[in-house]
Design a protein around this ligand. Structure first.
Ligand code: BGC
Ligand code: BGC
Length: 998
């Protein structure tokens, strides 16, 4: 499939996208905020709005060691990057040449067939200029007015200070911007991440995104966002670096899929939007990341994997719209304040300087009003990224970590003064950031020192109370950096309760033969008891049932798979405040007068098999871990190497299944995993009665598992991905690219030639039977669906209404300021490696004579408001159905709506057939439906209600966008008006009892 079907304007694009000379000049450093945080102010700090939980609790774990280790890693990366900094694709030099000569010789001698391409292809991604200005959407109108009033008063250096991070580990958070003390605009604190607050104490380790996706519960998605946002606010964090919705999960082994919500754009989009609304309801800016197509860890970043450039994800325009950009569109529609552009390239242009993606898709078509920040070191050019729509560079460092050489900072100042970047663009960057700050109400937060006592209440860099204020610099000033504020909530609002609920609802029961589960706390169930004199004997097996014996937080960013798995690793992991061990929770749940529990908490079973043979029931645990690519564990460099259980998990399960009760025992398998795992080696074993996929539960692991196994909560988790029978069943394009192909030249290439056909869309198309399909999961009760009703709200029409015109964005003087205003003021104290906006000298700056105006790319007919043309979200049909609980216990039912586009549909104008997936998810609702009467299943609570109420109605609003495809020629969403849509309502992507047409 060819990249974008849009006409390319090669020459102009190539020029804009090429790093400008300026980007590589050595910047100068000077102090901007010489009178920043005084020791006294920090010490007197007392937390805003929060008295209840201000317990002063010090962390007792060995986290610091871990922190340091991960920091070291960053430094190591930088060293490498530095040596090779100037060796950009366009100028091969010294070591690099040698490297490639060596590689060439090696390849030749190995007899490989290869071709050599000396430079990455340019111009494969269409240009889109200039950057659309923020301030066009009425929902942000007030915030933009206020922002404009403030920005009007700022000088150029003050503006630049807001756009540029101060450098890795220069202040308390993983990202920190420069303040404008004169106008009391604060330094913003940006902190990871999607499942809790990284590098912080007394916080909550929530279930990972994938577990949240598996709940299919919109309310819980919102509540988790809200609790997370509250924790961030109380720690003084302005911008939370989550939720993650890219990677979407195209590659089942992708290392960071666990941070997102599942391999479907609608599930991912709903969960992302709910999370964002939750976070921002607490006054904290959310970040939708990673924009976009960062589907694998290998080669995600230049130099991190030895290649001079990051991988290029090559995609066609339709797939981009219908799959990967969809959750971002939903995020923008939810009003997200920030979006993080990703490390990788897209169609051979870095995501953080890709004008089609940022200017075109995000800011024009999707009407994004907030600001785009770069992933950490994902910015690869100065001028080009500014013109392509980047608004903030993180962490401020440029091509390498923590050396003080920013691509912006002083370079952006210079670029404005010499006319490379229009004043308008910088004004828009700053206005977007300041407007986002107003939009969530942070102007009401307490002022930062020296005016007040606001600011972060924790340090990312130490666990001690007193620590360096600028650890990345040579400055030795210390102060109180950790306040140890407990932000975990209290009483009914204790966030652990929410964690437990989410993890239970995110646990998917995939096998339950003869209703083996739920277990009975007293052991034998009534009907099994006959003739059983002995105690009920339970054996618990596997290292995943216990804690890591070395401690909870001993590995940097959780980058090891030791003990029970409750989180993946990387920046999307946190220090566990505590972790409920599965085996202990199980022991506590069983009545120890009638149940005898033994355990073997290793994956290698002992030689003597009594422990296995003397059991009635064996509960065996196994797992599969993955994470972010800057850390690796046992040859897993971020992405998994296969889809099997790790640490001999399959073998353990097989042995337990064979040996348990001398072959007469019943086996329950519990799996903690970052994503799909292949279960075929044992799934049909006759002893294996039940299997639960518990995903990544977070800190309440054992408790949530017990809730499900004993039926305190009726399982309602559904798979947010397909579990195939073998890895090949996901399709030939579903493999991580683990090695660069010499044919790719300097940029590893990853073609998304699977197009729309990922996960269930691929298996459906090729009629491959999965082991467990997307959307699948069992309950302890049975639901019956009936009474499908499809109501049209109007006739089918092919196009959305014309794009509405928005508000006028704020305007400022476009005049280039006097360069003298950019000089470092006298007497400022400068910190080494700290990034400031000032210039040391302005001698080489020539004011441009005339500013050339740029051509305007055509505005998208699909744009016009946040999330796109508002008419795309007009309801075209409503679909309703009834759900009856025909079982004997209450339960939650996830009702899913899938749509099939008209068969053999041909485009009216061109007569070309448009290809569609068999079915696509377009909506879901989780309903609590009571049973008719109390049930005889023992151990299941919650069916006290009796009589009536066992039937509920569910309604879905189906929008124009839901019923449209992206037409690359018209550059618009088009709804087929001939032929019928198939409308399916059911309990999974392959269990769809109700079918209608429209
Ligand atoms: C940092 C992470 C970052 C990674 C990138 C690590 O040292 O802790 O925040 O994502 O480097 O390589
Ligand atoms: C990760 C981001 C993260 C950032 C800051 C990067 O390496 O990709 O997800 O937010 O580091 O830690």
């Amino acid at each position: 499939m060819a990249p974008h079907d849009i006409e390319l304007r090669r020459g102009r694009y190539a020029k804009l996208d090429a790093p400008a000379e300026d980007d590589y000049a050595t910047p100068t450093r000077r102090s901007f905020d010489s009178n920043d945080s005084s020791l006294e102010d920090l010490e007197e700090f007392d937390p805003l709005n929060y008295d209840a939980g201000t317990l002063k609790q010090k962390r007792s774990t060995g986290d610091l060691r871990a922190r340091r280790a991960s920091f070291k890693k960053a430094e190591f990366v930088s060293e490498k990057a530095q040596q090779r900094r100037k060796c950009t694709p366009s100028r091969l030099c010294g070591g690099l040449v040698l490297l490639f000569v060596a590689a060439t010789v090696l390849l030749l001698s190995a007899g490989g067939i290869w071709a050599w391409k000396s430079a990455p292809e340019n111009g494969l991604s269409p240009p889109w200029y200039p950057t659309p200005k923020g301030g066009t959407d009425a929902a942000w109108g007030e915030s933009y007015k206020k922002a404009a009033a403030l920005v009007k008063q700022m000088t150029l250096v003050e503006k630049v200070n807001i756009t540029t991070g101060t450098g890795w580990s220069m202040q308390m958070c993983v990202g920190n911007t420069g303040p404008v003390p004169r106008l009391k605009f604060p330094a913003l604190c940006l902190q990871d991440g999607p499942l809790g607050i990284r590098f912080a104490d007394n916080i909550t380790a929530f279930p990972a995104g994938i577990t949240v996706g598996a709940t299919w519960n919109k309310e819980l998605m919102y509540q988790r966002g809200r609790a997370h946002g509250l924790e961030a606010r109380l720690k003084g964090i302005h911008v939370l670096l989550g939720p993650a919705m890219g990677p979407l999960g195209r590659l089942p082994a992708g290392g960071r899929n666990f941070e997102g919500f599942g391999t479907d754009p609608v599930l991912q989009g709903v969960a992302a939007a709910q999370t964002i609304k939750g976070i921002q309801s607490e006054g904290v800016m959310a970040t939708a990341k990673h924009y976009i197509l960062n589907e694998q860890e290998h080669f995600r970043q230049a130099w991190e994997w030895g290649t001079p450039n990051a991988i290029s994800s090559n995609i066609d325009d339709r797939t981009l719209h219908e799959i990967y950009a969809w959750p971002f569109a939903e995020s923008v529609r939810a009003g997200v304040a920030s979006i993080m552009c990703s490390y990788n390239q897209v169609n051979n242009s870095y995501a953080c300087q890709n004008s089609k993606l940022m200017n075109g898709l995000l800011k024009d078509e999707l009407g994004f009003q907030g600001f785009v920040q770069s992933d950490w070191l994902a910015q690869r050019s100065g001028v080009a990224s500014a013109l392509a729509g980047l608004d903030m560079t993180m962490p401020g460092d440029g091509l390498k970590w923590a050396n003080g050489n920013s691509l912006w900072g002083p370079q952006l100042t210079r670029a404005v003064l010499n006319g490379s970047v229009p004043m308008e663009r910088v004004d828009d960057m700053v206005t977007r950031i300041v407007a986002a700050w107003y939009q969530v109400g942070q102007d009401r937060w307490r002022l930062q020192p020296p005016f007040g006592k606001g600011g972060p209440t924790f340090s990312s860099w130490t666990d001690e109370e007193i620590g360096l204020l600028h650890p990345g610099s040579d400055d030795k000033t210390t102060g109180v950096v950790n306040k140890f504020i407990n932000v975990q909530g209290e009483g009914d609002d204790f966030h652990g309760n929410l964690v437990r609920r989410i993890a239970a609802e995110g646990t998917v029961l995939v096998k339950n033969e003869n209703n083996f589960l739920p277990l009975n706390r007293n052991g034998w169930k009534e009907h099994e008891k006959a003739g059983k004199e002995m105690n009920y004997r339970v054996g618990v097996f596997g290292e995943d049932a216990r804690l890591n014996r070395e401690g909870l937080n001993v590995c940097p960013d959780q980058s090891c798979n030791e003990g029970t798995l409750a989180s993946g690793w990387g920046s999307g992991a946190v220090d566990f405040p505590y972790l409920i061990e599965p085996v202990s929770a199980l022991r506590a749940a069983f009545n120890n007068e009638s149940v005898y529990v033994t355990d073997w908490l290793e994956n290698k079973l002992p030689k003597e098999k009594e422990i296995l043979e003397d059991q009635d029931v064996c509960i065996v645990f196994a797992n599969a871990d993955a994470g972010e690519g800057y850390l690796s564990f046992e040859k897993i460099r971020g992405d998994r190497n296969d889809l099997f259980l790790q640490k001999n998990g399959d073998k353990l399960i097989q042995e337990v299944a064979t040996g348990c009760g001398r072959g007469n025992g019943s086996v329950v398998v519990v799996i903690h995993t970052v994503g799909p795992v292949i279960l075929e080696k044992w799934i049909d074993h006759p002893s294996i009665k039940a299997v639960v996929i518990a995903n990544l539960p977070g800190q309440e692991s054992g408790n949530s598992l017990v809730d499900i196994l004993f039926g305190d909560i009726n399982p309602s988790g559904r798979l947010p991905y397909t579990i195939a029978k073998k890895e090949e069943d996901y399709g030939p394009d579903s493999k991580v690219k683990y090695l660069p192909n010499p044919l790719d030249g300097l940029v590893p290439q990853q073609n998304f030639s699977d197009g729309l056909y990922i996960d269930y869309r691929y298996l459906d198309k090729h009629d491959i039977t999965p082991r467990y399909e997307f959307g699948y999961g069992l309950s302890y009760t049975t639901f019956h669906l009936s009474s499908l009703l499809i109501t049209a709200k109007g006739p089918k029409t092919p196009f959305p209404a014309p794009r509405p015109s928005g508000l006028e964005p704020p305007s400022y003087s476009t005049e280039i300021p006097d360069p003298k205003t950019a000089l470092v003021p006298e007497g400022f104290r400068k910190l080494s490696k700290y990034i400031y906006p000032y210039l040391d000298s302005i001698d080489d700056i020539k004011k441009p004579e005339v500013q050339t105006s740029q051509l305007q790319s055509p505005l998208s007919p699909a744009g016009g408001a946040q999330g796109g043309n508002p008419d795309l979200y007009t309801t075209m049909i409503t679909v309703s159905a009834s759900v009856t609980n025909i079982g004997v216990v209450d339960g939650d039912c996830v009702v899913q709506l899938y749509i099939a586009f008209p068969k053999n549909y041909k485009d009216d104008e061109s007569g070309e057939t448009v290809d569609f997936p068999v079915r696509v998810l377009r909506g879901f609702e989780k309903l609590h439906v009571e049973a008719v009467q109390d049930g005889p299943i023992q151990g299941v609570k919650g069916s006290e209600h009796g009589g009536g109420g066992n039937k509920k109605m569910v309604t879905f609003d189906v929008t124009r966008k839901d019923l449209s495809y992206w037409d690359t020629k018209r550059q618009n969403w088009v709804m087929p008006t001939s032929g019928d849509f198939g409308i399916f309502v059911g309990l999974s992507s392959r269990n769809l009892p109700l079918e209608g047409r429209w």
